[in-house]
Design a protein around this ligand. Structure first.
Ligand code: ADP
Ligand code: MG
Length: 674
């Protein structure tokens, strides 16, 4: 039987070129495609008769094509119309400027059309007309209409219908290879379908009840395997001795004295916890939580310094180049004072620099290495890696964390995040991870004032920014988020920049920064901004995490409703880092009640932990897209907030299975079992 770990390019209709696109979604093997689950569903299962149709709801109508027509208007638009009928009446579908659609229809063909009908046509004599509807021609087997239709998270260059066909082909050809491994009684007890059926139902549900059961089963499967793996990892870890750092504090004390501020008592407590861990013989695994701006970086610095004081190496991984660069430029001079060598390793280094850095890392010449994912490339070999720090850890997958850890023998691990994770979740997710919390902000910070504004207030907002700049402050302006397309995102940012530069602030220094700006130029821009040579930084979300410019006091976010709550909180955290009063302005014309409530939550709340809870409350417990979307967890199916019950069940069962394995190991010593 064909294997699930074959390359995706062998699925009918995919091929090597599209396989590259799919890779962007993390889909490489057939199995990845089958486990790429829909983001949501659209119920097109109710096929209506044409004479029952009413405006308002999304509906599906089945008919036969009676006529088709192509019109070119005087203004040069191409209009394409199809008339189709069932036994009760006639309906129309209209497309503008989509010449390729015309070829698809022929008279007499069966067609399924889904969408909302046009209110305008309806008012003009109850005419049933769909504008740009979804449609499916006879013979496509009812994949896109006449059923509950899956909608997938996709990337630029892919579309839903095409993707749906690939999933369908892959299921038809390979789903038999999805062997069941759960005991029958568990399935019976819970009314869960077998593995193969579950995957089918999640993609193409027969009805929403079965889909729910199928989904539950996959959640359980995922949590069970996770628990078992976690337990195995823990027992492996216990067997390996870690680095035992000496109880000397001369370097770290010196660093603390040289800081322009005193550590807060939270920071001090957290540092004691980490120090103790490091001095123990077992490898450390610690999660450092602290709201945006709480001062986590300095703790990482202390940990790295203590590591290299003992002659070993430390690595610091950040999710974006901007952030890695910022950390590097901050740390390098500090460590240089101690005679230590710090290196930067990112994807945009030249080949020559990269090679030199690789050499210095493997020879041990470099003491501290700051970088992005570039740190986990194969070519990177450490001479003696004893400490791994991961910043903004929620932006990394578990595999990436493991990949960096595996570059050393048993390095200590410190992961840092501003995304609050309730303790019970942290325990489940990380098991053996100890949690340290910085629960206060440095003194002297003024709470950020947050306001939601309509675009009609735009000129006032700009006036306000101008006043702040006149006082010597700086501002961030974040462009609208366009999730569907990086290209559009870029265009929007460039347009915004041009507008601001030409029309609004011609006399000020503005700078545009986005993911495509070459690294050297970007580093210089950030430096100029830091040095106060730039007044306003216009940017995409590349500045979302970590960026630290204490003199910036204004954060203006355009189309704020498009961002997630925690993302907005992160963006807001770019200001309010100095002693001056800071402001966050959320620009949005959203009318949607939920969107308004979310923005309001930000206006009222400066505390990340409370916001996270508010976010969960607003999204409701019935929403099965929760922690997964936040990227807190490595799961495809499970949401640790809404699936608490299944989680407890999985934990119990995992314990049982592990016990069985252990007992059988006692009976059959050696490696028979593994
Ligand atoms: P985060 O926890 O979000 O990573 P950072 O480590 O970037 O926060 O710190 C935010 C800012 O606060 C930095 O400019 C840092 O130098 C400063 N800072 C850190 N600790 C203190 C402190 N105890 N007192 C005053 N400022 C501090
Ligand atoms: Mg940080």
């Amino acid at each position: 039987m064909a294997g699930l770990d074959q390359s995706i390019q062998f699925v009918k209709g995919v091929g090597p070129r599209r396989a590259k696109l799919l890779e962007k979604l993390g889909i490489k093997k057939i199995e990845d495609l089958l486990y790429h689950i829909p983001r949501q569903y659209r119920d097109r299962s109710q096929i209506k008769k044409i004479n029952e149709v009413e405006p308002g709801l999304e509906i599906t109508v089945a008919g036969v094509v009676k006529a088709r027509d192509k019109i070119r208007t005087r203004s040069g638009r191409n209009i394409f119309k199809v008339a189709f009928s069932d036994e009760t009446g006639i309906a129309y579908a209209t497309w503008f400027d989509q010449p390729f659609i015309f070829q698809k229809f022929s008279i007499g063909q069966e067609v399924l059309v889904s969408g909302k009908i046009s209110d305008k046509s309806w008012e003009q004599g109850k005419r049933v007309e769909f504008i740009h509807p979804n449609f499916e021609l006879g013979g496509e087997g009812g994949l896109h209409s006449g059923r509950i239709v899956p909608l997938y998270p996709l990337t630029e260059g892919l579309n839903q219908n095409q993707f749906r066909r690939w999933v369908n082909s892959a299921l038809e050809e390979y789903s038999e290879a999805l062997r069941e491994f759960l005991p029958e009684e568990i399935l019976k007890e819970n009314g869960w379908p077998e593995r193969e059926k579950a995957i089918w139902e999640v993609h193409f549900p027969s009805n929403s009840e079965i889909r729910k059961k199928a989904f539950e089963r996959l959640v359980f499967e995922e949590l069970l395997l996770f628990q078992i793996k976690l337990a195995q990892k823990q027992s492996e870890k216990k067997q390996k001795p870690g680095y035992c750092h000496e109880a000397s504090s001369s370097h770290t004390n010196r660093l603390m004295k040289s800081l322009p501020f005193a550590l807060t008592s939270s920071q001090k407590r957290v540092w004691e916890e980490i120090k103790d861990d490091m001095e123990k013989p077992e490898p450390m695994s610690r999660l450092l939580q602290g709201d945006v701006g709480a001062g986590k970086t300095v703790i990482a610095l202390l940990a790295l310094l203590k590591t290299v004081e003992n002659g070993w190496q430390g690595a610091f991984m950040a999710p974006t180049e901007i952030l890695a660069e910022q950390h590097f430029y901050k740390m390098e001079p500090i460590f240089r004072e101690f005679g230590l060598k710090t290196l930067l390793l990112t994807g945009s280094l030249s080949v020559r620099d990269k090679k030199r850095n690789y050499r210095e890392i493997s020879s041990g010449e470099a003491d501290i290495i700051v970088g992005t994912h570039a740190l986990i490339q194969e070519g990177v070999k450490f001479s003696d890696l004893a400490m791994v720090v991961i910043d903004e850890q929620h932006r990394f997958g578990v595999q990436q964390r493991e990949a960096l850890l595996s570059k050393g023998k048993t390095p200590d691990l410190l992961v840092m995040t501003a995304t609050p994770i309730p303790r019970s979740l942290a325990l489940t997710l990380y098991g053996d991870l100890e949690v340290s919390v910085i629960d206060e902000l440095p003194t002297g910070r003024k709470p950020i004032i947050t306001r939601a504004r309509k675009t009609s207030a735009r000129s006032n907002v700009y006036k306000f920014i101008r006043e702040q700049v006149a006082k010597g402050r700086q501002a961030f302006i974040v462009c609208p988020l366009i999730q569907e397309s990086e290209k559009l995102q870029l265009v929007a940012a460039e347009d915004m920049f041009r507008f601001l530069k030409q029309e609004i602030f011609p006399d000020l220094e503005l700078m545009l920064i986005h993911g495509q700006v070459p690294a050297a130029q970007r580093a210089e821009a950030m430096k100029n901004f830091k040095d106060g040579k730039i007044d306003i930084m216009v940017s995409t979300t590349v500045i979302e995490v970590g960026v630290d410019i204490p003199n910036a006091t204004i954060m203006l976010i355009e189309d704020a409703h498009r961002f997630g709550l925690s993302q907005l909180h992160q963006l807001r955290g770019r200001v309010g880092r100095g002693a001056e009063q800071s402001y966050c302005i959320l620009m949005s014309d959203a009318e949607d009640e939920l969107a308004k409530q979310r923005l309001n939550a930000l206006v009222k709340n400066n505390d990340g932990f409370m916001l996270a809870e508010e976010d969960l409350r607003l999204r409701g417990a019935g929403d099965f897209f929760g922690t997964r979307q936040h990227g807190i967890t490595p799961f495809r199916f499970a949401d640790l907030v809404t699936h608490q019950k299944i989680l407890r069940f999985a934990r119990k069962k995992a314990g049982l299975y592990l016990q069985l394995i252990r007992e059988s190991e006692k009976r059959f010593p050696g490696d028979i079992i593994r």
